[in-house]
Design a protein. Structure first.
Length: 418
């Protein structure tokens, strides 16, 4: 069907930090699983009538089997999550499509995003969508079909639709990145609900701003709310539609530094989520539309408008630079928040099971010591008896000796008198 598979060797992507850490921690939990199961087998062997372990000891250790299982399940589903926000029509859906190297999400006129869309990897070759709370998989062959399906399902703006896309078609999806598109922050009064429902577990936020205007109060408000609920959120700001600057090259630098200063100010002084220096590394001037077009061409997909404005290459490089910094940030943040917790719990479980085994070991040692002590007392008693016996025997011997002597004496006396 003309799909181009992405190059599978992606070993130097910063996302590999997460991918490798996930594999490693997975392997460790396989070992913990084995260890816990061994402990259960051992407990069974030493329990029962006259056993050392009680039924409670066995149950205690057995409970860890399901705990480890639950963590392994969560671990399997762990991913890196990035959420995109901004005013309507700023190009959020287009940015996501450009990052996925394909037109996956509906965008543009008549395709206003009207609910939350979460794009994630599908383990099968098929693309499908799933609405919130339903297990039904709706097949999606194309963007327009996805658009229709979304319109037809009459969703609430706050609801979530999962779009599963074949992993092999997008490097980001293959490496466990999940991308969340949102309706414009200007169209809802329910920002708090949005944050509670969709943002608390996001590793990175991308504010898609419009370089043709300035940061809007609604956009700022949204991130003010986010930063009250999440400590130190990772926020990137994309000044999109920067291709518009091509028509006024004489003002380019001036406009750029004005936007950049405001964005740095917003992140560092208003939100206080990073230092001004760090903020500079989080602000980019791009054209998502051009980036998407460039990538569609690379994949030899049919595209309409072939003309790109002056400076499109520079804007494209800046887009690629954004992606690199974004990948570094998201994979480090996800490793820190997700895996630190897993490894702490894994360590606790291993410690708890060892403590349970030690308890059984100690009680068996105590029992052994008690038996040894009993034997020692018995032995002492026996030795005492033995000594007494020896003494008595000696006395008897002496007595008998003396009796024999006196008898002999009497006999000899009698004999001599006769
Ligand atoms: P909503 O879903 O309605 O909130 O909008 P959105 O933020 O998802 O914007 P979308 O990606 O649908 O883009 C809106 C329109 O802007 C589309 O027609 C895009 O082609 C266009 N657009 C997006 N990015 C750029 C850009 O960098 N430059 C230009 N010139 N147009 C762009
Ligand atoms: Mg959209």
């Amino acid at each position: 069907n003309g799909t181009v598979r992405v190059n599978m060797s992606n070993v130097d992507s910063p996302l590999q930090i997460f991918v490798r850490a996930k594999k490693k921690i997975n392997d460790i939990f396989v070992e913990i699983d084995d260890y816990v199961k061994d402990a259960v087998t051992f407990m069974h062997a030493v329990s029962g009538e006259n056993g050392i372990a009680t039924a409670q000891d066995v149950a205690n250790v057995e409970a860890y089997v399901s705990k480890v299982q639950a963590i392994r399940e969560v671990l399997k589903r762990d991913h890196m999550k990035v959420a995109f926000f901004g005013r309507t029509s700023n190009g959020k859906s287009t940015v996501i499509n450009a990052m996925l190297h394909d037109k996956i999400l509906p965008s543009g006129i008549g395709h206003t995003t009207n609910c939350f869309l979460q794009v994630e990897g599908s383990d099968t070759d098929e693309a499908f969508m799933r609405t919130e709370g339903s297990e039904e998989k709706l097949n999606v062959q194309s963007v327009s079909q996805l658009g229709h399906a979304l319109c037809a399902s009459r969703l609430q703006e706050c609801s979530l639709v999962h779009v599963h896309w074949p992993r092999e078609l997008c490097a980001l999806l293959r490496d466990d990145v999940v991308l969340v598109d949102s309706p414009g922050v200007d169209v809802t009064p329910n920002l708090d609900q949005w944050i509670d429902k969709h943002c608390l577990d996001a590793d990175v936020f991308v504010l898609v701003a419009n370089a043709e205007s300035t940061l809007m109060v609604t956009e700022k408000n949204f991130f003010h709310k986010v930063s009250t609920k999440i400590s130190q959120p990772n926020i990137f700001i994309l000044n999109n539609r920067w291709d518009a600057s091509a028509s006024e090259p004489e003002y380019l630098d001036q406009v750029r530094s004005q936007h950049a200063n405001r964005c740095v100010d917003f992140l560092s002084r208003e939100l206080r989520v990073c230092s001004p220096k760090e903020a500079e590394e989080r602000i980019f001037f791009i054209s998502a539309k051009e980036a998407l077009l460039t990538r569609m061409r690379e994949r030899e997909k049919p595209v309409s408008s072939p003309l790109l404005a002056d400076g499109h290459q520079v804007r494209y490089f800046e887009f690629v630079d954004f992606e690199r910094k974004f990948e570094e940030c998201i994979s480090q943040s996800a490793v820190r928040t997700k895996f630190a917790q897993h490894s702490r719990r894994g360590k606790n479980i291993a410690g708890d099971v060892m403590a349970a085994l030690e308890l059984v070991y100690n009680s068996s040692s105590e029992q052994k010591a008690a038996k040894v002590e009993k034997q020692r007392v018995l032995q002492e008693q026996l030795s005492a008896v033995e000594e007494q016996l020896t003494a008595i025997t000696r006395q008897m011997k002496d007595k008998i000796g003396r009796m024999v002597e006196s008898v002999e004496h009497k006999v000899s006396l009698t004999l001599s008198q006769e």
